[in-house]
Design a protein around this ligand. Structure first.
Ligand SMILES: [Zn+2]
Length: 474
């Protein structure tokens, strides 16, 4: 019995990473604290801007400005993505990436029809930038090698920015990459989200007078609607974890004109690429049936495509250990009162939860990044538990002082993790060995055309392209 207990203890000890960064935690915290106010100002500015995917011009200006003022070398725009950037500090290896996002969501603003940060990406971008700044500063002061690269990633809500960035080799050559997301709980996440395809089905028919000569028309809208009917029957015969949801983005403009053009937009989700590839094929058959029945023409376009996560237990354990060492965000009575005023009955999480190993049903383009380097990811409590995501309630909660406290905690943990990866070569090697083992035999193969162009927009006329320094704006 004793022997068994000893060997179990040894096994447990083996999974608990030895952290080299712990002696520097105080300095990490101080580096985060020095620029905390600036980071909060950036987060608030981005919350006010609430810019849609691929149109985050001023939000990316804010983050790029924050990083440039701290000595980062900023490339912006990055390649053909006008709202993406890459900001680097330090020298040599390892090269540690940190992912920043900053796009908003429709119908999540304070008033109906307005955009808002219903997913907290304003906090996400600001804390990732702050983590990069703090980690780079500490490595420089310690005289240690290592590059910190903050990636400005547009259009996460469209599940697309990092897909196009990955296709342009943004994440190739990294030694490890770190990410986080605001949440109602604090924990390390290993499993990631569902694999997914975003697919447009465009129908073309023939217009006619809907009452006077309907026999001359071929309704594209009918094609789209029959597709949806067929998919609703399909649901019964797919695995329970799968998801298929749609909106009609074009369905004609008047009932008395037979629509000659219609479009239905699907998200098809499953546990991995294989399952999604199969399911997308079956949804396509439904669309073909709709086109056949209505004598319309069909075109399918895969807009964007997410993979499942390549999990990395080593980085998950490291982040879990750092989270426990740093502790969850400590919300003050004032924070709690402010949250209770906005969301009665809802409370902030006060603990660090166990590592999440169950795959989520939603998707993120951050999982695509996990195919190019070992990915470590945390969630940090920034809103009370059970705050509804992708909702104006969430967009209001991310403006509270508690949200800023959560964001600064995320920056502290990510900065400590980046320093750890730079100082602790055996741990980094272990994470990389795990990555190569998990990745072996798997092909990063998306169903999008190889030359797919990102849906970009021009910078609005009159908007400055100056890098903004939030400090000077007060
Ligand atoms: Zn999000």
């Amino acid at each position: 019995m004793l022997g068994r207990a000893v060997s179990m203890a040894a096994a447990m000890k083996k999974t608990k990473p030895k952290l080299e960064s712990l002696p520097y935690l105080r300095r990490v915290r101080a580096a985060v604290g020095r620029r905390a106010q600036e980071a909060v100002a950036v987060a608030e500015a981005i919350a006010e801007l609430a810019e849609p995917a691929m149109r985050e011009f001023e939000s990316s200006d804010c983050l790029a400005g924050f990083l440039a003022a701290a000595g980062f070398r900023v490339t912006r725009p990055w390649k053909d993505l006008p709202t993406a950037f890459r900001a680097t500090a330090g020298r040599g290896r390892p090269a540690i990436g940190i992912l920043a996002e900053y796009d908003a969501l429709p119908d999540c603003g304070p008033r109906p029809g307005e955009w808002g940060h219903g997913c907290g990406h304003n906090l996400l971008g600001a804390a990732s930038a702050l983590a990069g700044i703090a980690a780079a500063e500490l490595l420089r002061r310690l005289g240690e090698a290592g590059r910190i690269i903050v990636f400005g990633c547009p259009a996460e809500e469209a599940l697309a920015g990092k897909v196009f960035m990955a296709a342009r080799r943004a994440f190739s050559g990294l030694d490890a990459v770190l990410a986080w997301h605001p949440d109602g709980a604090t924990r390390a996440d290993i499993a990631g989200g569902a694999a997914m395809d975003s697919v447009l089905f465009r129908f073309r028919g023939r217009t006619a007078h809907a009452a006077g000569g309907p026999e001359q028309g071929r309704s594209a809208l009918d094609g789209a609607m029959l597709t949806d009917v067929a998919v609703n029957y399909l649901r019964e015969h797919t695995a329970e974890n799968t998801r298929m949801h749609s909106v009609i983005t074009d369905g004609g403009r008047a009932p008395n004109v037979v629509p000659d053009s219609a479009e239905i937009w699907y998200y098809v989700r499953g546990k991995d690429r294989k399952q999604v590839d199969e399911l997308r094929g079956r949804v396509r058959l439904c669309a073909r049936a709709g086109a056949l029945a209505t004598d319309t023409r069909l075109r399918m376009t895969v807009q964007t495509s997410n993979t499942e996560r390549i999990p990395n237990r080593t980085l998950g354990d490291m982040l879990d250990a750092i989270l426990h060492r740093c502790g969850p965000p400590s919300f003050t009575p004032r924070d709690v009162r402010a949250a209770a005023g906005l969301l009665p009955g809802k409370k902030y999480a006060a603990t660090v939860d166990p590592i999440r190993t169950e795959q989520g049903r939603g998707s993120s383009d951050e999982d695509n990044v996990s195919w190019f380097a070992p990915l470590g990811r945390i969630s940090v409590a920034c809103v009370p538990k059970d705050t509804i995501g992708h909702h104006r309630q969430y967009a209001a909660a991310i403006r509270l002082p508690g949200a800023h406290r959560g964001m600064l905690k995320a920056a502290e943990v990510l900065a400590a993790a980046a320093v750890e990866l730079a100082l602790n070569r055996p741990l980094l090697k272990k994470a990389q060995a795990e990555f190569h083992k998990q990745r072996r035999g798997k092909k990063y193969d998306l169903p999008m055309p190889a030359n797919a162009r990102p849906p970009v927009y021009a910078r609005p006329a009159g908007a400055t392209s100056e890098i903004r320094n939030p400090k000077s704006e007060g």
